[in-house]
Design a protein around this ligand. Structure first.
Ligand SMILES: CSC[C@H]1O[C@H](OP(=O)(O)O)[C@H](O)[C@@H]1O
Ligand SMILES: Nc1ncnc2[nH]cnc12
Length: 302
């Protein structure tokens, strides 16, 4: 009897990327988690190599969730419940640098948090548990390094530029930034801006999942003097091409990434990341059951 194929990699699609193209869809699941339902049903699909991938549309299949109302805890916990160990998240971003042109791809290494505290950003929120995850390096270093090499090869074939080691500013939205804010983010060291890498990256860290972002630039935000400030119409201009290139990237890298994840080294930073983060254990059976769903190693079944 052969073992069930594993779904080790989750892909989160952002604005414009609502499916991974013509992969073989095996099933769709929509698990009810302790934090509710994910944004959309999760598609389990097979690559031509037979490798399986779980795909989730961050804003829902019809883009029904605004960035501030995405059920991120449900999304991350649902992916983990399927056995996912590493997440590749795609995001449409504004560029804060002249050299990052609309149509370019960026794999960032840092985040500046400009969300407004209205998004639930921890699995421990509302429970008796107090925990503090390390977040100095908000993306998985090993996964990012692996992607930098392999995504570059895939993009070279399409003549698309890749920028690495950049800083993404995550703003609340839904309105875009003012010109003054956009200029300030450049002074702060921001290179690109979006509305959705947080709390996704924080929750992936708490769930001990490896997480990396592949950002696709759509516009120059609002910092350029004498140029119009960004509108959704600008974003739409490159969204379709960026989505096609994103599908090319996933088709090119996911089989080898699955092998690398299975081999294990990529996961060594994320697995065990929460081991010394918990200050106060669960004091109620409800909290224990809830957190067992996301971190069974530290919250064993009663
Ligand atoms: C459509 S412009 C603003 C919207 O686009 C980005 O979405 P995602 O990161 O999911 O690709 C940005 O973060 C905003 O949510
Ligand atoms: N300029 C911008 N600001 C915030 N999120 C974005 N997503 C795409 N472009 C953006």
């Amino acid at each position: 009897m052969s073992a069930e194929p594993k779904v080790l990699i989750g892909v989160i699609g952002g604005s414009g990327l609502y499916n991974l193209g013509d992969l073989t869809v095996l099933k769709e699941v929509h698990p009810e988690t302790p934090w509710g339902l994910p944004s959309s049903p999760i598609t389990i699909a097979s690559l031509p190599s037979g490798v399986l991938v779980a795909f989730l549309a961050r804003h829902g299949s019809n883009h029904s969730f605004s960035p501030s109302s995405i059920p991120v805890r449900a999304n991350i916990s649902a992916l983990k419940s399927l056995g996912v160990k590493a997440i590749i998240a795609f995001s449409a971003v504004g560029s804060l640098r002249e050299e990052i042109k609309p149509g370019d791809f960026v794999i960032p290494s840092q985040i500046i948090d400009r969300t407004k505290g209205i998004r639930p950003a921890s699995f421990f929120e509302g429970t008796s548990v107090v925990a503090h995850a390390g977040f100095g390096d908000p993306f998985s270093g090993k996964l990012t390094a692996w992607l930098e090499k392999e995504v570059k090869k895939a993009l070279d074939a399409k003549n698309v530029d890749l920028h690495t080691d950049k800083c993404v500013v995550c703003m609340e939205g839904p309105q875009f930034s003012t010109r003054a804010e956009s200029k300030m983010y450049r002074h702060w060291g921001g290179d690109i801006i979006n509305m959705s890498v947080l709390p996704e990256a924080k929750l992936a860290r708490e769930a001990e999942l490896s997480y990396a972002l592949i950002a696709t630039a759509t516009d120059y935000d609002s910092w350029r003097p004498h140029e119009a400030a960004v509108t959704v119409a600008d974003v739409f201009k490159t969204l379709k091409t960026n989505a096609e290139i994103s599908r090319h990237v996933t088709a090119a890298v996911l089989t080898d990434l699955h092998a690398a994840v299975e081999e294990g080294d990529i996961l060594t930073e994320s697995i065990g990341a929460m081991k010394f983060s918990i200050m106060r254990p669960a004091t109620t059976s409800e909290d224990l059951a809830k957190l067992h769903y996301i971190l069974p190693e530290y919250f064993p079944a009663a």
